[in-house]
Design a binder for this molecule. Structure first.
Ligand code: APR
Ligand code: ZN
Ligand code: ZN
Length: 395
């Protein structure tokens, strides 16, 4: 990894403390309806309330989940006007009453899957889901008063998304959803740890605990799938098979450690039959990173019977149920979901950030494009067209 300080340390906050306790007027990208272009406009951001933090976003990028929300794939989540975005990095502008683990000027990354640290889930080693702040796509207001912190200049509410809403120069989050990282960590790259890279690498390290010498197949080679590949490589997996219908993804896949590629469009039989033949009965682990339910079945059948494990990372907006018969589980294949790579955000991400700074995962590979915030609609199009992994927007 290159220079550790590709940004200055006090970036953005011209006079620290100047805006504390006041409403901030700034630019945000607002969505008014399904697939309507995002509108960059002036919004008001209220000060953080009890146990909340207001942060200045410096970098944000677009993940497939933002795309799904923008398209409005799940009708229950059609809340407008709304500020999307959940992959970002920034600095603390001010903190609300009771916040003691962060202060103005701290370098932070938002997490959509929060960690309060106090509940029965947070105290358990078995899960990274928090009783109160776990990922919740339905949540659009702050808990304490049931109101959003964003509004139009004439006072109409603008709603939150995934407890983060990072497509804004300033945003307010529950302190449980903000992770303080080393002030020397380069924030542009660190923004990737906010979702995609942590989700993919963590699924391999924490959820599956992939062993050295393992065989792995990854379905869907976006940032999440490629992060899973990077995680598998770092664990010493010897076969890493990438599956994607977009052949352009294979070039990047190779750089991330993939050993073989399958384009389902080139086959005249199901992918799992191909993988079984290639690997003498199936791979140890498969990772579903495309968000497609039919792909999930292929991933499940591509593992070896007796011990195969399939990890679901992709968000499935469809109302359809799992396409697996209960008796198929008697063949000894397991299937499990992984939220945020099973990382406990506040307690484990700072260490993961340090590992990334040491080069355990090469974050540069994931940033395929960079644009100013004003070009956010172009950045959406790059993801839709399958041309970008992550297009980092600078605010
Ligand atoms: N078979 C194989 N690959 C597929 C298929 C399919 N039928 N359909 C789509 N893909 C591939 C796409 O070509 C793309 O390369 O899946 C990849 C998805 O990548 P991105 O759109 O870049 O998504 P990413 O941000 O990596 O997120 C992946 O994780 O967080 C969730 O909601 C997110 O479901 C999404 C998944
Ligand atoms: Zn995401
Ligand atoms: Zn908790």
């Amino acid at each position: 990894m290159g220079s550790m300080s590709d940004e200055s340390t006090n970036n953005g906050l011209s006079v620290p403390g100047e805006t504390r306790g006041k409403v901030i007027n700034c630019k945000a990208a607002v969505v008014y309806g399904p697939e309507e272009p995002l509108v960059i406009e002036e919004v008001q951001v209220a000060p953080p309330q009890k146990m909340e933090v207001r942060i200045k976003i410096l970098y944000t990028s677009i993940c497939h989940t933002d795309l799904s929300a923008w398209i409005g794939e799940n009708e229950n989540q059609r809340v407008y006007p709304r500020i999307l975005g959940h992959e970002a990095a920034g600095i603390v502008e001010s903190v609300g009453e009771g916040v003691v683990d962060m202060k103005e000027g701290d370098h932070v990354i938002p997490i959509f899957n929060g960690e309060c640290g106090d509940c029965v889930y947070c105290k358990s080693e078995k899960t990274n889901l928090c009783g109160k702040y776990r990922v919740n796509p339905m949540k659009s207001v702050m808990d304490i008063d049931g109101k959003p912190r964003f509004s139009t200049p004439d006072g109409k509410p603008i709603y939150h998304f995934l407890s983060t809403s990072t497509f804004s120069e300033y945003t307010v989050l529950d302190s449980a959803c903000v992770v303080k990282i080393d002030s020397k960590a380069p924030l542009k790259k660190m923004s990737l740890l906010s979702c995609g890279v942590s989700t993919g690498v963590g699924a391999v390290w924490n959820t599956a605990n992939v062993h050295s010498g393992a065989s792995v197949a990854i379905f869907g080679l976006g940032a999440v799938g490629l992060a899973a590949a990077a995680g598998a490589k770092s664990r010493g997996a010897t076969r890493i098979i990438g599956v994607d219908i977009n052949k352009d993804k294979f070039i990047k896949g190779k750089a991330m450690g993939m050993t073989e590629f399958i384009n389902p469009k080139d086959l005249n039989r199901p992918v799992h039959e191909e993988i079984k033949e290639l690997t003498d009965g199936g791979v140890h682990y498969t990772f579903e990173c495309s968000g497609n339910l039919d792909v999930l079945r292929e991933a499940f059948l591509s593992t070896h019977d007796g011990w195969g494990l399939t990890v679901i990372l992709g968000i499935h907006p469809t109302p359809r149920m799992l396409p697996i018969h209960p008796m198929e589980l008697f063949d000894g294949r397991k299937i499990v979901g992984s939220v945020f790579g099973d990382f406990k955000g506040k307690t484990q991400l700072p260490h993961f950030a340090e590992e990334c700074m040491r080069g355990v995962v090469n974050l540069d590979e994931f940033i395929t494009h960079e644009l100013p915030f004003s070009k956010i609609n172009e950045a959406f199009q790059l993801l839709i067209d399958g041309k970008s992994l992550r297009c980092v927007l600078q605010l």
